[in-house]
Design a binder for this molecule. Structure first.
Ligand code: NAP
Ligand code: ZN
Length: 366
């Protein structure tokens, strides 16, 4: 029993993504002594929230509360959780649990986000042993396994730290793992929520040159201010694919469209360059890739899923040390329906963060 109630914005069917979520109660997963309950003050809005509300990635087990960029205060901490105590400011990203067995190659080697045995997402997952379903952060409270609950460095504000927990880590992890750093020229395709973090973190990791690549020309000034050395507006800069051919060592692509000009993006890689896809289209399909595009350019194409708790902690520390400031727009949790519609319309510059005013106020007074 708890003296607080779990309430949030419930998506009840595919139409909820059009701004039809309804506020109501939900039953969190069954309490275990490995869990932490969080009183939520902030939650970022990720493109994934839209895919999940609309069942774009397959049937969502409605009702579903989305939101996996959660910051708040720990209000209940299970006996087995040693790194968090009641009252701590903590965060949760897109993952709520994995099998965490020593026999699991992924979990035992710091690749929890690729666990093939028992991966549970922060929302929209059904726990494997009858513990219930996972519910996300457009809500008053969240319950997540402590391994995936991280203390937040003091230097980061809650509103800025929230979107790092999914948007930030999803680009930080592949940048780091694919050699982003001094001597490298890095392209970030799709400058939205994830992509703007891509520019910020590629710079923070010390890349020589960072190129933002997105469709809209009116993002140019912003992307240069974010720290990019160059910006390509694919919708407006005629002949961009020829002008910038074979100029990049590494590309991280956040675009989630089956119709994106993938062959042109791949042509921007230098020989032996690497392209990492993180954008996740409805249905999962990408445009076809011609074998000669790969063979002739001698390039590699891969993918990446969020990041491990250890990598998230490393990213948060880097953000604190290098004073990485995401461009966020705070929206009231009360306006969550309008905010998801605005994100779908491409209006975010560059990440909306929902503020649960009631809880944020309470934490400010602590
Ligand atoms: P977002 O804020 O909407 O940004 C996506 C950007 O892509 C847009 O700003 C848009 O900018 C650009 N874009 C280019 N071509 C596009 C097209 N044909 N349709 C739509 N956008 C296009 O979304 P986000 O939160 O960054 O998420 C991006 C994707 O990453 C989503 O699919 C999300 O589910 C996925 N994701 C994956 C992981 C993972 O672990 N792999 C984790 C989190 C999110 P322009 O209009 O300027 O082109
Ligand atoms: Zn996300």
């Amino acid at each position: 029993m708890t003296d607080y109630e779990f309430q949030g914005w419930l998506g009840e069917d595919e139409k909820s993504v059009q701004g039809h979520m309804k506020w109501g109660k939900f039953e969190p997963k069954k309490w275990e002594e490995d869990d932490v309950d969080i009183e939520i003050s902030h939650c970022g809005i990720c493109g994934s929230d839209l895919h999940q509300l609309s069942s774009g990635w397959g049937p969502t087990p409605y009702p579903c509360v989305v939101g996996h960029e959660i910051i708040g205060r720990a209000v209940k901490v299970g006996k087995n959780v040693k790194h968090v105590k009641v009252g701590d400011r903590v965060g949760v990203g897109a993952q709520a649990r994995s099998c965490m067995q020593s026999s699991c190659a992924e979990c035992s080697s710091g690749h929890e986000s690729h666990c093939g045995v028992a991966l549970v997402n922060t929302y929209g997952s059904v726990y494997p042993n009858g513990e219930g379903k996972s519910y996300g952060g457009y809500a008053d409270y969240n319950r997540t396994n402590g391994h995936f609950v991280l203390p937040i460095p003091k230097a980061l504000s809650s509103a800025e730290a929230a979107p790092m927990l999914c948007g930030g880590i999803t680009v930080f992890s592949p940048l780091k793992q694919n050699g982003c750093g001094p001597g490298k020229t890095v392209g970030i395709v799709g400058v939205g929520g994830l992509g703007h973090f891509g520019v910020l973190f590629a710079k923070a990791l010390g890349a020589d040159r960072v190129v933002g690549i997105s469709r809209k020309g009116d993002k140019r000034d912003d992307v240069l201010k974010l720290g990019a050395d160059e910006y390509i507006a694919t919708g407006e800069d005629k002949g961009w694919e020829k002008k910038h051919k074979r100029t990049l060592d590494l590309i991280v692509c956040t675009v989630s469209s089956e119709k994106m000009p993938l062959t042109h993006y791949l042509g921007l890689l230098k020989v032996k360059g690497t392209f990492i896809q993180v954008g996740a289209p409805d249905g999962g399909n990408l445009p076809p890739i011609n074998a000669f595009t790969l063979i002739g350019n001698g390039i590699k194409v891969g993918g990446s899923a969020i990041g491990s708790p250890a990598e998230i902690a490393e990213m948060l520390q880097l953000a604190a040390d290098k004073k990485v400031h995401p461009w966020i727009q705070e929206r009231s949790l009360k306006d969550a329906n309008q905010a998801i519609v605005d994100l779908a319309d491409g209006k975010a510059r560059y990440r909306y963060v929902l503020v649960n005013e009631k809880n944020a106020q309470r934490h400010a007074n602590l």
